[in-house]
Write a protein that binds this ligand. Structure first.
Ligand code: CMC
Length: 429
């Protein structure tokens, strides 16, 4: 809290509101006393000017294109670290020592199997179900299998639930994919690193040896790092809101997965690829740019724009580099990359996109990379969910461990009918 106060003149009365100062980022006006003092609410649908909580986990400077996890720039973590190190950092607040890292890796890898009965649970789904539908259901169902880690008041149980989710969500994701193509499930192999294990569970078949491509595995690990957390986005806010009522962590993460699925959020990576395929060739780009700019056309350039970034998304830069590395390693030449690069070039020079500060976001290049790795389009958002699980959990834990946290309960501006008397049905025309 700073000594500064903001004052607000309302109906001839001036009230003083405290100004809060974070370690970085804009100052925040504390309006908690506003309703009590004035009987007025604030109105901010979409939370464009509202800090919904205090957090020490992730910082974004959208104008400068900066993303920090616990103070560390995303570029440094992506270049030098691995995903489980990032998980440790997000959960515990500090980078691990070698002993802490070895212990954490061990704990995660010892929780990768899921209850065998979960396999039967899968049989109830249609084979053509969207894998995100399967993820929402199966992650929610974890709370029916792991009762010994649903007491949120117990710090040990909280940590076990967190470990279980980071470890098991890739297993469930791979099972969702295997089920969709009618292949047998592949059990986790705990001497592999996190990304390699996931690649093997997804692509190996029992009748053949599977050799993990280390370049691809490293690229996937980096993709996980880039997606691990992003402060109070829609799915994270969903997890916090669900958790604020005291709901168990598995149910909260299932709620986060549901929110992530939407095309304005995590579902954008799938939508980008569909859009690039629809565009098809470079000569058709101007037509789609014109559609994106047309107010009467609902079409938007998917993978462009961001609520917070009004500059190049730093994750998109790293993702573009990863795309090139993967295509080079696999000897692929994807014509969609050419379309994406040209689309980006044209949009970045177009007044509409310049004025509105619309830059490529992380989803713009991730789809091409994941496609090159062999993942079908419908699994892209699932991969995002695997990576974001740790962010959701870290944010959920931070909220539960904050003694001042309250149930989330926004108010509204009511514009419906005023009080009126009931008319019996035979008197209505
Ligand atoms: N293409 C064309 N116009 C756009 C786009 C776009 N992709 N994004 C925003 N605009 C325009 C929009 O029409 C509006 O114009 P006007 O002021 O004339 O009405 C202006 O830019 C501001 O847009 P907004 O919808 O008010 O901004 P927002 O902060 O509410 O939305 C967004 C942010 C990410 C939902 C939006 O930019 C969008 O729909 N992008 C495409 C979907 C996408 O790529 N989503 C992934 C986001 S990054 C990963 C993640 O968070 O999961």
């Amino acid at each position: 809290m700073s000594d500064e106060k903001g004052s607000l003149g309302l109906g001839g009365k001036t009230i003083e509101l405290p100004v809060m100062q974070g370690s970085m980022g804009p100052e925040v006006l504390d309006i908690r006393s506003l309703y009590g003092e004035t009987g007025m609410f604030t109105f901010d649908p979409g939370f464009t000017s509202t800090a919904s909580c205090e957090s020490k986990i992730t910082f974004i400077d959208g104008d400068a294109g900066v993303l920090l996890y616990r103070g560390y720039p995303i570029e440094q973590l992506a270049e030098h670290g691995d995903f489980l190190e990032t998980c440790y950092l997000l959960l515990y607040g500090e980078l691990p020592t070698p002993a802490q890292k070895a212990d954490f890796d061990y704990r995660i890898t010892r929780h990768t199997m899921v209850h065998e009965q979960m396999a039967r649970f899968f049989q109830g789904f249609r084979r053509d179900a969207h894998p995100m539908a399967v993820m929402v259901a199966s992650v929610g169902a974890l709370s029916a299998f792991y009762h010994d880690s649903t007491n949120i008041a117990d710090p040990t149980q909280r940590m076990i639930a967190s470990t279980r989710m980071i470890a098991k969500i890739p297993t469930l994701a791979a099972m969702a994919y295997k089920y969709s193509i009618g292949h047998p499930f592949v059990y986790p192999k705990n001497d592999l690193d996190y990304a390699s294990n996931f690649l093997r569970m997804t692509f190996a078949v029992p009748c053949e040896d599977y050799k993990v491509n280390q370049i691809v595995s490293r690229a996937l690990d980096r993709i996980f790092i880039l997606h691990a957390d992003h402060e109070q986005n829609a799915s994270t806010s969903t997890v916090r809101l669900a958790g604020s009522s005291g709901a168990n962590p598995f149910a909260c993460i299932a709620a986060g997965i549901a929110s992530l699925w939407g095309p304005a959020h995590g579902g954008a990576n799938e939508a980008v690829l569909k859009m690039l395929e629809e565009i098809g060739t470079v000569d058709r780009i101007p037509h789609f740019i014109a559609r994106a700019k047309d107010k009467n056309d609902p079409f938007r350039l998917m993978g462009f724009g961001h609520r917070v970034y009004k500059n190049y998304d730093p994750r998109a830069k790293l993702m573009q580099q990863t795309t090139r590395e993967v295509l080079r390693e696999l000897g692929l030449k994807d014509p969609l990359l050419e379309v994406a690069l040209e689309l980006e070039r044209i949009a970045l020079h177009d007044d509409y996109f310049i004025e509105k500060k619309l830059y490529p976001n992380i989803d713009f290049y991730s789809g091409i990379t994941l496609k090159a790795m062999g993942f079908p389009t419908t699994t892209f958002t699932v991969l995002f969910a695997i990576a974001r699980t740790v962010g959701w959990i870290a944010q959920w834990k931070e909220m539960i461990e904050d003694p001042g946290s309250k149930i989330g309960r926004p108010r509204q501006l009511y514009t419906g009918a005023t009080r009126r008397d009931y008319t019996p049905i035979n008197k209505r025309s």
